[in-house]
Every structure is written in structure tokens, then in C-alpha cells.
Design a protein around this ligand. Structure first.
Ligand SMILES: Cc1cc2nc3c(=O)[nH]c(=O)nc-3n(C[C@H](O)[C@H](O)[C@H](O)COP(=O)(O)OP(=O)(O)OC[C@H]3O[C@@H](n4cnc5c(N)ncnc54)[C@H](O)[C@@H]3O)c2cc1C
Ligand code: FES
Length: 392
């Protein structure tokens, strides 16, 4: 019998086993306390379908039903600019509603391997159709972002983490807000703006956005429409290459302050490339108002690649993988198909914490080596120094 037929026959047999349980008789009284019906049936099905688990079969029928891997189906890929696209996703079972400004780990299957990156959600929270969007800009030479923008098609399945992140608006909204964004840094802010557009009592919003030119502005048409129609929404576009063959001119914070007269008085959310964030942090610090600034960084930490690496064992999952010196334990776990919790993937959100069961690790940000059994480590910024056991 061909493998497909075997699987089909198992799938058709299984419901007969699960939906018609024998009525209990006295002789069948359990010796141990009876499990709740659903877990008990799942356990029986697990034995019958070994080595695959019932979840594997659920995922075969519909990947969005899997409980082990939270997934999403690509419903649509909408080009935004020549090198950016919005991916409309239907998240599977277990997805938790996001807050505007949060991001999510997305695993993309490229040539048979899952590759994880973090993307901000660009849709407002709680869309009535249950869909969410991410908006991706193809980074120069970027492996995953190029695939997402140019090759991902409707119907594809991606894996998802849960939304996370603290780059969000407070419950108690200030009356005036400032957003400074550049390039794909607009994505978390777009989720906030779209959420605010649906809200009744809107604050006064100033958005300064930096892009090479008008057509390169992600969500350009929507932002300009919003600015034209929404009282209290001010859009300032700074184009660094307004005309071809002219030298690029990156704005300084002083330029932005000139465009927004009350800039220091507004609580600010800034997202974009490293240089913009460094400038913003220096400006707000020098003005003595650093507490009013919230930033979101997209670029991962620099990764020194010295050291031996080692074999990483995921004790509870029963998997192991060889990881090089520059490979984070998070990436190693994903390569080994272990369900790894993750968020920012750059040492900020602490979603990726795991207990070290043995071995030592190196912090990819500082190069420092540390670790005793029982230590809690951030897998996204830790690499193996020799063999390592993780309680995952
Ligand atoms: C919290 C968070 C939210 C993010 N949200 C978004 C989002 O909404 N939209 C989006 O497009 N991206 C977002 N990113 C960035 C994204 O996760 C990837 O880093 C980016 O898409 C590049 O991945 P890649 O596989 O294409 O590049 P890689 O193949 O990993 O890297 C290739 C080259 O690109 C450079 N590079 C890596 N990242 C960037 C970057 N962000 N910008 C420019 N060059 C880069 C690398 O230095 C390297 O030289 C976010 C990152 C974080 C941490
Ligand atoms: S994934 Fe955010 S700290 Fe590790």
C-alpha cells in the first residue's frame, strides 16, 4: 500500500475508534482515576498512531489545527512598493490577539527548512475577519525578506510565534503623540495608526517618516489619504533621494524638530534603521527627556563567531543538533524542529527564556561565557560553548 493510502486509511479508521466508545461496564471500571475523556482518547489515538502523534495527523489535515506548531495560512500577498509587500495571514488555532505595535516570530519554509525572522504586525488589533498582516521590506541581500516579498504565494503555510513586544501605546492615551519612522519602521506604527483611526477619541498625531522618495514610502497612499481626511493627523515626509543621482540626505533630529514645533513635548515612538534610533536616543537624552522616548530596533545584535560551538540537546523534546559558534540556541532549536518560544530575537523581550540543564553558553552580545545548571538563559542571544543541555 502506498504511504498516502496508509495515512488515508488510518485517518478514516481513527474516527470510528474515537466517536463510538463502548458503554462502560462494571468490569471496565478504571483501576486508576479516569482521565478526562478528550485527553484519554487523545492518548489512545497517540498509541495507535505511533510514531506520529494525533497532532501530526491534525496538522496533515489542516496545519492551522495543530496544537504543537502555531501556523498561519497566507491568504494574500499585496505589493506595497517594488521591494515591500504586505502578507495577509489567517492565524491558526491558539493565536492570541496582538496589541498595536507588537511583533511576531514568523517561520518560513524555504527549500525544505524553516527560517525564522521577526516581523511587526501592521494590521490593527481585532480585525473582524480574524486576519492579521505583516509588511516586509526586502533587505539588501536578505534571505528571508526576499523570499517573503518576491516568492511567497497565497496558500503557503508559515509558522507563527505569539505576538509580543512593549513598543505599544499606553492604555491612558496622551493627547499628543509623535511617531518617527523610516523604511519598514513604519509597520508597527501603521498598526497603531489604523487602530487609532478606528477609535473614537483620537489624540493629535505627528508622524515624521523617512524614505528615499515618494513612491518608496510603504503605505504612502494610505498615509497621505489619512493626513488629508483626519483632523489632528499631521504627516511629514522626508525624502532622502528625491531625485536620482543626487546625494542622499538623511534628516537630523533638528530637522524633524523644525518640522514639528512641539516635538519635545510629545511622547515619542521611533522605529527604523540603527542610525535613526541612535540619533533619536542621543537627541532625547541630551534634551533630558529620554523617558518620553520608546524605540523599536529591527536589526539583530552583532554576533561574534569565535568559540567552539557544540552539541545542543533539548532534553524534554528528545532532540539534538550540532550548533556552530555563531548560531544562537534559538536558531539551533528551530533547526532541530523544537517548538522554541521567541519574540524579538535580539535579547530584548525575554520571551525565549529556557533553563540550562547542563553545559555553558556565551552571550552573543557581550562575548561573556557563563552558565550553571538551573540558570535561566535567553536562547536568542546565547550560543553553545561545548555541549549544552536545555530543558526544552
Ligand atoms: C522586533 C522586530 C520587528 C521587525 N519588524 C519588521 C517588519 O515589520 N518588517 C520588516 O521588513 N522587517 C522587520 N524586522 C526585520 C526582520 O526580522 C529581518 O531582520 C529582516 O527582514 C532581514 O531578514 P533577512 O533574512 O532578509 O536578512 P538576513 O539574510 O538575515 O541578513 C542579510 C543582510 O541584511 C542585513 N539586515 C538584516 N536585517 C536587516 C534590516 N532589518 N534592515 C536592513 N538590513 C538588514 C544583515 O546585516 C545582512 O547583511 C523586524 C525585526 C525585529 C527584531
Ligand atoms: S526572543 Fe526576545 S529576548 Fe530572546
Amino acid at each position: 500500500m502506498a504511504a498516502g493510502e496508509v495515512i488515508r486509511s488510518m485517518l478514516t479508521i481513527r474516527p470510528k475508534l474515537t466517536i463510538r466508545p463502548m458503554p462502560p461496564t462494571r468490569s471496565m471500571l478504571p483501576i486508576r482515576p479516569m482521565l478526562p475523556v478528550r485527553p484519554a482518547l487523545t492518548a489512545v489515538a497517540g498509541v495507535l498512531t505511533s510514531p506520529l502523534t494525533p497532532d501530526d495527523y491534525r496538522a496533515m489535515v489542516n496545519p492551522l489545527w495543530s496544537r504543537r506548531h502555531l501556523s498561519g495560512r497566507v491568504e494574500e500577498v499585496v505589493p506595497e512598493t517594488p521591494d515591500a509587500a504586505t502578507v495577509v495571514l489567517r492565524p491558526g488555532r491558539g493565536w492570541q490577539r496582538h496589541l498595536a505595535g507588537q511583533h511576531v516570530g514568523v517561520g518560513v519554509d524555504i527549500d525544505g527548512g524553516w527560517h525564522w525572522r521577526t516581523f511587526s504586525l501592521s494590521s490593527p488589533p481585532g480585525r473582524p475577519d480574524g486576519l492579521v498582516t505583516i509588511t516586509v521590506k526586502a533587505a539588501p541581500g536578505g534571505f528571508v525578506s526576499h523570499h517573503v516579498v518576491h516568492r511567497l504565494r497565497p496558500g503557503a503555510i508559515v509558522r507563527l510565534g505569539q505576538p509580543t513586544g512593549r513598543f505599544v501605546l499606553p492604555d491612558d492615551l496622551p493627547s499628543r503623540l509623535l511617531f518617527v519612522t523610516a523604511g519598514s519602521g513604519i509597520t508597527p506604527v501603521m498598526s497603531m495608526l489604523r487602530g487609532l483611526a478606528l477609535a473614537g477619541d483620537r489624540p493629535d498625531v505627528f508622524l515624521a517618516h523617512v524614505a528615499p522618495n515618494g513612491p518608496a514610502v510603504i503605505f504612502g497612499a494610505e498615509l497621505r489619504r489619512m493626513a488629508a481626511r483626519t483632523p489632528g493627523f499631521h504627516l511629514h515626509e522626508h525624502h532622502t533621494h528625491p531625485r536620482p543621482r543626487r546625494r542622499a540626505r538623511r534628516p537630523t533630529m533638528a530637522d524633524l524638530a523644525a518640522a514639528c514645533g512641539d516635538l519635545p513635548d510629545r511622547p515619542a515612538w521611533v522605529c527604523g534603521p540603527r542610525a535613526l534610533l541612535d540619533d533619536a536616543e542621543a537627541y532625547w537624552r541630551a534634551a533630558g527627556i529620554a523617558a518620553r522616548l520608546r524605540t523599536e530596533r529591527f536589526q539583530p545584535v552583532a554576533r561574534p563567531s569565535s568559540g567552539p560551538g557544540g552539541r545542543v540537546r533539548f532534553v524534554r523534546s528528545g532532540r539534538e543538533v550540532l550548533a556552530g559558534a555563531g548560531t544562537s540556541l534559538l536558531a539551533a532549536g528551530e533547526q532541530a524542529d523544537v517548538a522554541m518560544p521567541s519574540g524579538c530575537r535580539m535579547g530584548v523581550c525575554r520571551t525565549c527564556l529556557a533553563r540550562l540543564a547542563g553545559g555553558r553558553v556565551r552571550d552573543l552580545r557581550t562575548g561573556e561565557e557563563h552558565g550553571d545548571p538551573g540558570d535561566i538563559i535567553q536562547t536568542c542571544v546565547s550560543t553553545a560553548v561545548g555541549d549544552v543541555d536545555l530543558d526544552l
